[in-house]
Design a protein around this ligand. Structure first.
Ligand SMILES: [Zn+2]
Length: 460
């Protein structure tokens, strides 16, 4: 087997940050330590660079048919953008076909990824019905290596809504099958009423998207989901939490013994709803909506305290043409923005470089925790035996993020003009160099399906 040594970099391994060498044998990390003059087929000089595990982004939408359009990123373009942004594993979503089986999403996604995925991947089957027949399939999804499933508490028009009594049945079935349920938590009754209220008042600009779904819409759904998780014992993961109250609810739920976890996404840590008041505000329409500075200021400490366990991109890129469907009606703007490539850089620059996160905590939030929570057992850290998914990162580089530096085909950038500290230099996936500076040096199609196995208990 071919060997490589990454020599002399600053290695982040759990809570330890120290100068070490990393030996790669074949696809895996074989050793981390002072490897001296040990010979290898290839020596890579990492002097002055950080050596980090590749990012794990468990919330991305590829080929997603939604609100009358389809997301820009497929497995080729999405995973290329991910890799340039330091991410080496993704977990995508797959809606159960209407009237079809939940399990059919496994073959569907394998077909979508075939010949296209540059990096390793998995997906979350998402419910479009909660019949007994569907719930009986959860076990088969776990056996197929896709043990984290998703339910939407809103989006009735998209055929995704799971109402609370059904959500309870889903959580009970998830508990029974040893799976985990992700919820998109927005209270559907409140959301529908809010949208109708704004439209009836002639308030149709993008900012009214945020007004139509204020904090209460999310907080109430969070409370419902947490209550049902407690009643059933099902493991609950609340995606894209945005409000200051969200992490407090998680603290209370955990204190009461519930198996409840949560994340936020990059854009909720950086932007407020003021973006929606810009002339091009429709670019930032997403659900839940961007919030206030007070929420942003509450989310960062909850990442440090552990109430929130990870930061994902919720990459849902739509063409500007599609976003403009709703230029005169906020409720017709496809919800979501591109973010798969910016995530790792933004979290480092806004988190570590600005002193909000320690380097080890950054690594946990961007790689280690998502790999652990979702059962990507061979990913997320530089421990010997893990896949050699490694990022060499220059912590001092300064550059401007935007379309000019993007590797996504999307025709706008959600973080245009942001000044960034730190830059990915090289990316390895299972030992292969895939990104070298600004060059893609591997062929899409090499990425593999990761068979995920959830930990019995989450220890984070
Ligand atoms: Zn999403």
């Amino acid at each position: 087997m071919k060997t490589k040594i990454i020599r002399g970099g600053t290695v982040v391994l759990a809570q330890t940050v120290s100068q070490q060498d990393v030996l790669i044998r074949g696809e895996a990390i074989a050793a981390v330590g002072q490897l001296g003059e040990l010979a290898a087929d290839e020596i890579i000089d990492a002097g002055g660079l950080l050596v980090l595990p590749g990012g794990v982004d468990t919330h991305v939408h590829f080929n997603d048919a939604f609100m009358g359009t389809v997301s820009v990123h497929d497995y080729r373009t999405g995973t290329i953008a991910a890799a340039f942004g330091g991410t080496t594993s993704v977990i995508d979503f797959a809606n159960q076909p209407f009237g079809g089986t939940l399990l059919s999403t496994v073959d569907m996604k394998k077909e979508e990824a075939r010949g296209k995925a540059l990096i390793d991947w998995n997906f979350h089957p998402s419910f479009t019905d909660t019949s007994d027949r569907t719930l009986a399939e959860i076990r088969a999804c776990v056996a197929a290596g896709a043990p984290s499933l998703k339910a939407y508490m809103t989006y009735r028009d998209e055929g995704l809504l799971v109402e609370p009594p059904d959500l309870k049945r889903v959580l009970a079935a998830v508990a029974e099958a040893g799976a985990m349920l992700l919820v998109h938590a927005e209270d559907n009754d409140l959301a529908e009423a809010g949208i109708a209220r704004e439209l009836a008042g002639g308030r149709t600009a993008p900012i009214y998207h945020a007004r139509s779904k204020p904090h209460l819409v999310e907080n109430k759904a969070n409370e419902t989901a947490v209550r049902l998780a407690r009643e059933t014992g099902g493991r609950l993961f609340i995606v894209h939490m945005t409000t200051a109250e969200g992490p407090e609810l998680i603290a209370k739920a955990r204190a009461a013994g519930a198996d409840v976890w949560g994340e936020t996404c990059t854009h909720y840590l950086i932007y407020t709803e003021a973006m929606l008041e810009r002339e091009d505000g429709l670019k930032w329409v997403c659900s839940p909506p961007l919030r206030t500075q007070a929420d942003v200021d509450a989310l960062w400490p909850s990442l440090v305290s552990g109430l929130l366990s990870q930061v994902t991109s919720d990459d849902a890129a739509y063409w500007m043409e599609a976003k403009r469907f709703g230029k005169d009606r906020f409720d017709l703007i496809p919800n979501g923005m591109p973010g798969i490539e910016p995530r790792f850089h933004l979290l480092y620059s806004e988190g570590v470089a600005k002193g909000r996160l320690s380097l080890p905590r950054f690594v946990e939030l961007v790689a280690t925790n998502p790999a652990h929570i979702y059962g990507m057992r061979q990913k997320g850290s530089l421990l010997p035996g893990k896949d050699a998914d490694i990022v060499l990162f220059d912590p001092t580089a300064r550059w401007t993020m935007g379309q000019a530096t993007s590797h996504s085909p999307c025709d706008y950038h959600a973080f245009e003009g942001l000044e960034i500290t730190g830059r990915v230099q090289k990316v390895f996936s299972r030992g292969d160099l895939i990104v070298d500076g600004d060059e893609l040096v591997a062929e899409p199609g090499r990425g593999r399906y990761v068979h995920c196995v959830l930990p019995e208990r989450l220890s984070i």
